[in-house]
Design a protein around this ligand. Structure first.
Ligand SMILES: *[C@@H]1O[C@H](CO)[C@@H](O)[C@H](O)[C@H]1NC(C)=O
Length: 529
């Protein structure tokens, strides 16, 4: 009987996910697919590492670099709506100051000799999410009630990047409160995927992912409590590094107090997103030089001694089955690591992951932190999400459906206390096993997500898919999103490389191999059918 019931539910899940898929495909057939034009300026194809080198040695003027990026943003932003607060005038002024400073600097002085150390990204532009503070700029978090907020200081990591010579180009769009995987809010609107404007670039660092992939930025800051760095990186085909907890200082990431309690504190990471893998150690070292030195972030690793575990997706009634293109890329990556790096692979199957969404929802509970209802009004009373739900259905709410549903889940809790206890027990058991497995010089290769970028609003119907990334926040493990090229529809694919805490160097070493195998970021704008 139990078996029959399970079969019935499986059939129901199959029908449901296919119906959602068909419905959105048919609806979107009516809309044109826009792809951002292929970048042509050579400057846009240089990593931050190379840009810094060329600016230092005088091969490139900083003003040229900034101007190339501003021109590119002006070209792509009408299509993707990724940048919401440009900082162009200030960036141009700062660039002129950098050029003046460099032309006045004696080439055989100690100051010049040490420049690569003291100011490793001198003159390099960067972008960041509109939820991280930059002194004197807006920081709206996609919340209409925050439209007039101006930050009075730089966030810790922003200050470090500025001190290292970086120049803020502007802030990029986030979902309302950065709380969902669809970058949409009623202040700045919907952000589009650069490879197909009918699709989402994911979230919550969705504006960041879209702009970087569109070659409108070279490096950026994202943050991740459930996949917010990795999912947009996957949907737009760039690198996103959810590093080991507490490596990068999160001070100045709004909303204040959001991750001050409960497990949130341990799940929430700020980290780099970029098009060129060599920029990840560069950005990490600026964020935490001492720890990165200790972790030997840049040194080669003998991968033949590293165990390669892999898992072919999550088998769950509430999640979409793994897309065949993503599975094929995962297998291709494993084959490459076995043949080229003499790694030995072992298939694992943590069936507990089918409760991944449940883990995450319970992990996020933190009564001591301000509630979504309070944050959604920017501390001007509590939003009434039941009323907002009705208003949203007729297009009259200031809030997005994602925040309303999220707020209702927080308020009413979808699990009984007994179920929560059970979830915590399985969670702890799995966490112990997974840590033990990975602590012995091993990595876990995992699909980047269950599906390539979905159409706008589709994710709301397949919300539990988020467990593909949130599971590694729940488990407290660093995870590296690495692109594996476009599929036959011209959409990005990717894998996650997961490791034990403080094994960031190992994740980077495996990532470098996969970068070689798959070619890293693929510029958008090649014609596809
Ligand atoms: C940014 O903040 C300023 C100052 O409060 C405000 O006038 C402006 O409208 C804000 N910009 C947007 C796009 O919300």
């Amino acid at each position: 009987m139990n078996h029959l019931l399970h079969l019935g539910l499986q059939l129901l899940a199959y029908v449901y996910f296919n119906a959602v898929h068909v419905a959105f495909t048919v609806l979107n057939y009516l809309y044109p697919r826009h792809i951002v034009p292929r970048p042509t300026n050579r400057i846009l194809f240089l990593s931050a590492t190379k840009l810094a080198e060329k600016i230092r040695n005088g091969e490139l003027k900083c003003a040229e670099v900034i101007s190339a990026y501003i021109t590119r943003i002006e070209e792509v932003n009408p299509i993707i709506n990724a940048m919401v607060y440009p900082n162009f005038d200030n960036a141009r002024k700062e660039a002129e100051a950098v050029d003046r400073y460099l032309s006045g600097l004696e080439k055989n002085s100690d100051e010049y000799e040490n420049l690569a150390k003291t100011k490793p990204i001198l003159g390099v532009p960067f972008t960041l999410k509109d939820i991280i503070k930059v002194k004197g700029m807006n920081c709206s978090m996609g919340v209409p009630a925050r439209a007039n907020y101006i930050a009075d200081e730089d966030a810790a990591y922003v200050k470090q990047l500025k001190d290292a010579g970086g120049i803020v180009l502007g802030l990029t769009n986030v979902p309302e409160l950065a709380m969902w995987m669809e970058t949409n809010n009623h202040l700045h609107g919907l952000t589009n995927n650069p490879y197909d404007s009918r699709r989402t670039p994911g979230g919550s660092s969705g504006g960041e992912g879209a702009l970087i992939a569109a070659a409108g930025s070279v490096i950026g800051i994202g943050s991740d409590i459930g996949g917010s760095i990795r999912m947009p990186s996957f949907f737009s085909g760039i690198f996103g590094f959810k590093n080991t907890q507490f490596l990068i200082d999160r001070k100045g990431h709004e909303p204040e107090g959001f991750a001050s309690g409960g497990l949130r504190n341990e799940m929430f990471v700020v980290g780099p997103m970029c098009r060129y893998i060599e920029d990840i150690p560069l950005m990490m070292k600026i964020g935490n030089p001492e720890k990165c030195e200790k972790m030997k972030l840049d040194e080669p690793v003998d991968l033949s001694k590293v165990r390669l575990y892999f898992m072919e997706g999550i088998d769950s009634l509430v999640m979409e089955p793994l897309h065949c293109d993503i599975l094929a890329k995962l297998r291709e990556a494993i084959r490459y690591l076995e043949t080229d790096c003499q790694m030995t692979s072992f298939k694992v199957d943590f069936s507990e992951m089918k409760s991944g969404f449940g883990f995450w929802v319970t992990d996020l509970e933190a009564p001591e932190c301000p509630s979504f209802a309070t944050l959604a009004t920017d501390f001007h009373g509590d939003a009434n999400f039941l009323a907002e739900f009705g208003k949203c259905l007729i297009g009259r709410s200031d809030h997005t459906m994602a925040v309303i549903i999220g707020g209702l889940i927080e308020q009413y809790s979808i699990h009984s206390d007994d179920r929560k206890k059970e979830l915590r027990r399985i969670h702890e058991k799995m966490r112990t096993e997974l840590h033990a497995l990975l602590e012995k010089n091993a990595v876990l290769l995992f699909p980047g997500f269950s599906y390539p970028a979905p159409y706008h609003h589709q994710a709301l119907w397949t919300g539990c898919n988020i467990a593909y990334t949130s599971i590694f926040n729940s488990m407290g493990l660093p995870s590296f999103a690495v692109p594996t090229g476009l599929n036959k529809n011209g959409l990005p694919t990717g894998v996650q490389i997961v490791g034990a805490p403080n094994n960031d160097a190992l994740l980077l070493a495996v990532g470098k191999k996969l970068d070689k195998a798959f070619g890293g970021w693929t510029a958008p704008g090649l014609s596809v059918c």
